[in-house]
Design a protein around this ligand. Structure first.
Ligand code: ATP
Length: 302
């Protein structure tokens, strides 16, 4: 895999701010990957994106690009001239970046098509819905055919249809070989479109893993639903030294091999507790996120 962005020991401390907004971030972005950045409010996502774009200067470290790739940027709230039509606006932007003639028309048509806005081409921007505006933000970012596209919470505030619209565009861009980096609060979005996820927590990168790798690990996770409150087994399970969480009537095991599985079944048998179902837990990335950011109160019933 070819490195396209190498980030080394990146840190940012804003003037007159007591702490670090971002600290010790080292990360490699590969060409053609879709990298999703998650983190709670104030975790440092926007700061990271601004540093990548060179909009602010790092306090420590550096961002190196393998060559000079074009970069398209979709801010979290793109601002437009609302009296322009969609096509007029994209034409103007294209002209400002030096496009003209057939090439300009082709690029505008391509951007409209990719952002699923072709049927709104003649509409005034002021009449567009929130989801359409967000897609117009993507259309303007891809107008110059950049190699890298960086988006700050592209699906924020959109309904499920709007979110899916953004996901579809990201997947289309990925198919075209673009390198995409975006931040999001929607874990389902990250899970569906990203090849890798990074979790920022209080300015630090606490997790940086491939989605495929996380999926494989997930297969070792097993949730057992029982006909009793799981909390009654807390002591016995901790004596067996099992890595698990108790949630209502569910016990979630992180790595349940055959021997441990047998021990658990024996324990349940002794207590006359019935197993209602066995499954792989559902909210996969949410668990990963919560564990990485230490919010999960392990072993406690909720
Ligand atoms: N211009 C600034 N001056 C001082 N502090 C700032 C500035 N911009 C951001 N911060 C602080 O840096 C930290 C990281 O903020 P940042 O906006 O990067 O987080 P975020 O993860 O994007 O949050 P959100 O999800 O709410 O957008 C926060 O504590 C924030 O208050």
């Amino acid at each position: 895999m070819k490195t396209i962005i190498a980030i080394n020991n990146l840190g940012k401390r804003y003037a007159r701010s007591p702490g670090w907004a971002l600290k010790d971030i080292s990360l490699t972005i590969h060409s053609g990957e879709v990298f999703g950045l998650v983190g709670e409010n104030g975790a440092g996502k926007t700061t990271f994106i601004r540093l990548l774009l060179g909009l602010i200067r790092p306090t420590t470290g550096q961002v190196k690009f393998s060559h000079s790739p074009g970069i398209g940027y979709v801010p979290d709230r793109p601002v437009f001239y609302t009296t322009f039509t969609v096509t007029e606006y994209l034409n103007l932007l294209g002209q400002l970046t030096g496009l003209k003639g057939k090439r300009l028309k082709d690029r505008v048509d391509h951007a409209l098509h990719l952002a699923n806005l072709a049927d709104r081409a003649g509409y005034r921007i002021g009449t567009l819905s929130r989801g359409m505006l967000q897609r117009l933000g993507i259309a303007q970012a891809i107008l110059g055919d950049p190699e890298i596209i960086i988006m700050d919470e592209p699906a924020a505030g959109l309904d499920p249809f709007g979110q899916k619209g953004i996901r579809d565009i990201i997947l289309r861009l990925h198919q075209q070989g673009k390198t995409i980096l975006f931040s999001s609060h929607y874990l389902a979005e990250i899970e569906r479109v990203c090849s890798r996820v990074g979790v920022l927590h209080k300015g630090r990168l606490v997790l940086n893993r491939g989605i495929g790798e996380l999926m494989r690990e997930r297969r070792q996770m097993v949730a057992i639903e029982i006909d009793a409150e799981a909390i009654v087994l807390e002591e016995a399970l901790s004596r067996l030294e099992l890595d698990c969480e108790l949630e209502g009537h569910r016990i979630i095991f992180h790595h349940l091999d055959d021997d441990r599985y047998f021990a658990v079944m024996q324990l349940l048998g002794e207590r006359r507790i019935r197993v209602l179902s066995l499954s792989h837990p559902g909210l996969f990335l949410e668990d990963v996120f919560l564990t990485a950011t230490n919010h999960l109160e392990r072993g406690r019933s909720r």
